[in-house]
Ligand binder design. Structure first.
Ligand SMILES: [Zn+2]
Length: 321
């Protein structure tokens, strides 16, 4: 069986894609609102209906689908097939038997994986990580997720919890992070953290085009707008990306020392800043690592965009469901 369903369980949208796991092609997909407020029982029922619907609307039979992979935004117990803590979903889904429930409702084998480990698997197999055996991924959006491939294998650790690169400590006296601990990378270099640096610059009255660009409506300052300003030569905006890249670079330096990746992939919405963000990461790596051949480590942008997760988790299901 070569076709599997990859699902992205998001706080806002539920997406299901039929993936050819030999080529990484997304053959067909559907997306519906998650309506997470209705609670996990209702959401699981909607997921199962969506899976049956995506098969039908692709003109396929259930027998042609090898299984379902679900990318989950949070902490899982992969051994039990349960969700443990999904911070962005109401109720946080403690000990919800997601794997068994969806298997029962659909009659198909099911595998779970953390959403950013799903992206990591997708980019490694069919995107920016192709052809190398050790990869680190930083997925930067409203938070920072991570994932590792080590010696040709997606790294899992205890119950699949290994690879949370956004929660590496970069300042032990630092501010509180969304995870409840202090000084994690995530407190410094997310989309909102970058936007906050822009807002602060405007409020302080620094010489930047950002104020004009958002028509002095500070809510409109985003990481994307700051990237736009930086591309026109705005020095404050360039400096903000330098700082975010420095924090990412310090973290990536620690990852280089720990696992010796051949490639570091920057994914997520903030990665669209491209070299504005990648160059300071590369520079910081060269400055801060000496015990491994850091000049051989490539720092690249992800390639599969929004499809990385569904492709990666469908391929995971092909090997684990
Ligand atoms: Zn944290």
């Amino acid at each position: 069986m070569k076709r599997y369903i990859g699902c992205d369980l998001g706080g806002t949208n539920l997406r299901a894609a039929i993936v050819d796991v030999e080529t990484g092609a997304v053959l067909h997909q559907l997306s519906i609102p998650t309506l997470a407020r209705e609670g996990h029982e209702a959401v699981m029922k909607r997921m199962a209906d969506l899976f049956l619907q995506v098969i039908q609307s692709a003109g396929m039979q259930k027998e042609e689908i090898g299984g379902i992979g679900i990318g989950v935004p949070g902490v899982l117990d992969l051994e039990k097939g349960e969700t443990l803590f999904l911070p962005n979903l109401p109720g946080t889904w403690p000990h919800v038997p997601l794997q068994a429930t969806i298997a029962k409702l659909t009659g198909l084998p099911v595998a779970l994986l953390n959403d950013v480990r799903s992206i990591t698997n997708g980019e490694w197999l069919f995107g920016a990580g192709r052809g190398v055996d050790t990869v680190a991924v930083f997925a930067i959006g409203t938070g920072i997720g991570g994932g590792l491939v080590i010696n040709g294998k997606l790294h899992l650790g205890i119950g699949g919890t290994g690879g949370e690169l956004g929660h590496i400590t970069i300042d032990y006296n630092g501010p509180r992070c969304g995870c409840g601990k202090y000084g994690c990378l995530e407190a410094y270099a997310t989309g909102p953290a970058i936007a906050a640096m822009g807002i602060k610059a405007v409020v302080q009255g620094l010489t930047t085009r950002l104020g004009e660009m958002c028509e002095y409506d500070l809510n409109r300052i985003t990481a994307g707008l700051i990237a736009q300003a930086a591309r026109t030569g705005d020095e404050i905006a360039i400096d903000i990306y330098e700082r975010a890249g420095f924090y990412l670079g310090v973290t990536a330096a620690n990852v280089c020392v720990a696992v010796g990746p051949r490639r570091i992939i920057i994914a997520g919405g903030v990665a669209q800043a491209g070299d504005l963000l990648l160059e300071p990461i590369r520079r910081t790596l060269r400055e801060r690592v000496s015990v491994m051949p850091v000049e051989q480590v490539e720092v690249v942008q992800s390639q599969l965009g929004d499809n990385a997760g569904v492709i990666g988790v469908a391929c995971w299901a092909a090997n684990h469901s």
